[in-house]
Structures are given as C-alpha cells and as structure tokens.
Ligand binder design. Structure first.
Ligand SMILES: [Zn+2]
Length: 468
C-alpha cells in the first residue's frame, strides 16, 4: 500500500518517472485493483440488495424506481462527485395474470397437454377467454414467407433451435433470435392470429424464456399475441405435429401502455483533472424482465460498473478524464434510456473517448471486445492493444467485436466502444427466465469481472488519445 501511495504522489505531482518506473507503477496499481476487488469488493452485496429489495424491474414499474433510488444511494456512498437520475420516457408493458398454453387433441377438445409459457414483451393479450387455432410449424422467417398463404387465421410456431455447433453462445443467440424479435410482426402480415416461439436456449428443459418482440405497424404489421414455450415443450409440439394436425389454446393478459412513463437512468461520476467534456463511461442496464431478479441480466453489469468508481476512489486514484458509471433504463424493451443519454451527452458537447458495457452475465471475464467509427478505430484499437500486456497475467485479452446495446449509439462521438466479454456458456440457462436469481451469480466471478473493468478503465484513462 505504501508503494502505491508513493506512486500516486509521483503521478499527481508530475515528477518524472522513467519508462520502467512508469510500467512498474501501472502494473502495481492493477495488482492493487485486483487484490482489493477480490478481497473486499462491495459489488456482490450490492447485487444481493438489488435482487432481493427491488427484485424484478421492468422499466416503468414501481420496483424499477426502487432499484434506481437504491443504486443512486450506493453511488453517493461511494463518494462520487455527482450522482443524478436522468429522466427517460418508456412505454410501460405489463404481463398481467399468468399466461396459459395447451395442446388440444381432437375437434371436441377431448384431451389436452399444458405447455409452460411466457408472453413475449410488448405483445398484446389474447381475448379474455383465450384463443384456439390450428398451429403450423416453421423453422425460419424465410420459411414463413414461402408458405405465407397457408397461415391465415392460424398460430405460427417458430422452432429453429440455437445451433449447438456454434461455440460462442451469443453468436448462436444472434443466429436464432429473429424468430422471437420479428416472428410475430411478420406472421401478422400473413394473417396469423398468434405465434409461439421456441425459447432461446441450448438447454433442453421446461423453462420458458421471455424477451422482446417488435412490431412495425407502419409496415402493415398488426400487434398479435406472442408466446415463448420451453425447449421441451417445443420438441413435444413438433413431434406431435409430425403425426397429426393440432390446435393450441393460448391465453395472455398483457397490456402495453402507449403513454410514456418515467424510468430514470442512474448516473454517478468522478470528475477528471483534465478537460471536463472527455468521458470514460462504464455501465450496464438496470431494468430486467418481470419474471426474473435480473441478477446476470444485468444486475451484475450494473454493480460491477459501480465497483469501478468505488475501487478507484478507495485507492485514491485521480482520473485525468471524467469517469462515469451509467445504469441505463429500458434496454430490454425499447432502449429509451440509451437514446436519452446519448441525446443529453451530445447536447452537452461531450466526447466519450471510451465507453464499456457489461451485459453478458456475471461470469468469469475473458477480456474485452471493441468497436468504433471507422475513422478512429484502427488507431484507437492499437493504443488499447499496446496496454494489454498489463492484463495478460489476469487472462484478459482484447478483440474486435460488438460492444453493447446501450452504448452502440455513442459511436458518432468517435471514441472506442467496448464490451466486457465473459465465459458465456451458461448464460442462456438463465437469460430472461425465473432462474436469473442472485444465487445464480458466483461472488468470485462477479468480482473478477469488476476488477477487469476497473483495470481497463484505469488503463484507458492513462492513454494519450491524441498521439499519432
Ligand atoms: Zn441484458
């Protein structure tokens, strides 16, 4: 500790360190970040409070407000220079009473098999008595296009599994999620009255995964009820459909309130000693689906981002740039928080020289992906890559790749955008389900990710971004 205080003294008062001393100072400071975070990082207890006191927190809900106030209070306790709630306006969606789905056998409904189901976010409810219709299975939006004239008055069942052969689970998700996000909108144009979608997971279990579905009324799409069923349920339905034509019964009670409701972004910052409009942001999204505590998605990313400020403050680090923690609202069903933040930042003449999003679950970190506007990306990537030797002892690496849903739109500010990448093999066991609870997050993995984020923010702050 004494050594680090000495280094900080030298840093603050600008005494000339040799290149070797400077390297040692940096390596020593990163070691201190890891030791402090792993031994006593508060992020794990913050996550417990978020998950158990606020709980499931879709934006616009009372529990979202509780979560925002709780996290703002923690940011104040950390000793941020400024903490504020930034208003954003969201369309509030509510699930209502528990949904129902069942496979019906025979015209007279002589028997049926229930399916575990969740309505998809932003979808409308069925009539109060539910609906019954013949079901027709497809594997893709393309296949739906090819049989479009056969689905009028029916329920379309999207059943393409996440590809097991794709090692990266987010890539597998990306290759499949169009069925959930766009299936209902596209099916409505062909006259379908509802859709059911195979859950987005590679697990074969009986746990349905919710998630958003998007409609474009301006393209002639109607809002029709949309449901996820578990992978076991999807396999059963598909097997039965090979033998006979079947009907489904579906009932949901969702509502989308078109009027805007307030849901605040939560922001805390420690101001830099350099130009005040240069920002390094780190964040996650505070909202979660209503069926989950949102521990991995994305309570973990939120508390890890708060840990960055806490650890840097605790170690007495004086940042050159303003270091800001942003907890976004409404990532799950609208991105209103991200849009409001970007607009406000632009209006204030800021430049995010770097932004990092942590939204891949609280698992063991692997490193960082990064992207940026083509005019700066190669140069900035090299500047960051030159620092990665410091993180190699911690098994953290840098790769080009996507950053995060909330920070992607900051690209126009010409900074580097990064995502904390983690071992995500088990992420889709939990994603958007009742299983995404505090107990599903391991304290060491969570703290390891927080230390990785803190170290990266510290390294980014030490880069001379103007250098050729
Ligand atoms: Zn998320």
């Amino acid at each position: 500790m004494l050594k680090s205080i000495l280094f900080l003294f030298l840093f603050v008062f600008g005494l000339n360190l040799s290149a070797q001393d400077k390297k040692e100072e940096t390596a020593f400071f990163i070691k201190s970040i890891f030791e402090n975070t792993m031994e006593s990082g508060e992020c794990y207890s913050w996550l417990q409070e978020l998950c158990t006191q606020a709980g499931p927190r879709l934006s616009g809900s009372v529990s979202y407000d509780q979560a925002a106030n709780l996290m703002a209070e923690k940011l104040k306790q950390i000793g941020c220079d400024t903490v504020w709630l930034q208003p954003t306006y969201v369309k509030k969606w509510t699930r209502g009473e528990k949904e129902e789905a069942k496979i019906i056998f025979g015209d007279k409904e002589k028997s049926s098999v229930p399916l575990r189901t969740l309505a998809l976010g932003n979808s409308p409810g069925t009539p109060i008595t539910g609906l019954r219709a013949q079901v027709i299975e497809v594997k893709s939006l393309d296949e739906l296009d090819s049989i479009g004239n056969q689905v009028k008055g029916k329920i379309v069942f999207f059943n393409r599994p996440m590809p097991a052969g794709t090692l990266k689970s987010f890539r597998a998700y990306g290759a499949t999620v169009d069925q959930r996000s766009r299936g209902a909108g596209v099916a409505s144009k062909y006259g379908a009255i509802a859709v059911v979608v195979r859950s987005m997971t590679q697990n074969i279990d009986d746990v349905p995964h919710t998630g958003v579905t998007v409609f474009y009324p301006e393209r002639g799409e109607k809002l029709i009820p949309a449901f996820a069923i578990s992978t076991k349920g999807a396999n059963l339905l598909s097997l039965l459909l090979k033998k006979e034509s079947l009907r489904l019964f579906l009932k949901s009670n969702c509502q989308l309130d078109q009027d805007s409701t307030l849901a605040y972004n939560v922001i805390g910052e420690v101001r830099g000693i350099g130009k005040s409009n240069k920002i390094i942001a780190v964040g996650g999204h505070l909202d979660s689906w209503d069926v989950a505590q949102g521990a991995h998605d994305d309570g973990a990313g939120c508390v890890q981002s708060m840990q960055v400020l806490s650890t840097l403050k605790m170690l007495g680090y004086p940042p050159r740039n303003t270091i800001r923690c942003v907890l976004f609202s409404n990532e799950e069903n609208g991105l209103a928080g991200a849009k409001a933040y970007k607009k406000w930042s632009d209006e204030n003449g800021e430049q995010h020289i770097a932004a990092i999003e942590a939204d891949a679950g609280g698992f063991t970190p692997r490193g960082f992906t990064c992207e940026g506007d083509t005019s700066i990306f190669r140069k900035y990537f090299k500047l960051v890559q030159a620092k990665m030797d410091y993180l190699e002892p911690y098994d953290l690496y840098l790769k080009p790749g996507g950053s995060g849903a909330d920070i992607g739109i900051l690209k126009s500010q010409k900074g580097i955008l990064m995502g904390l990448s983690v071992d995500s093999q088990r992420y889709f066991d939990y994603h958007h389900t009742e299983r995404d609870r505090f107990e599903a997050v391991h304290h060491r993995e969570l703290r390891y990710g927080a230390a990785a984020l803190t170290s990266m923010v510290y390294l980014l702050d030490g880069i001379n971004w103007e250098s050729p």
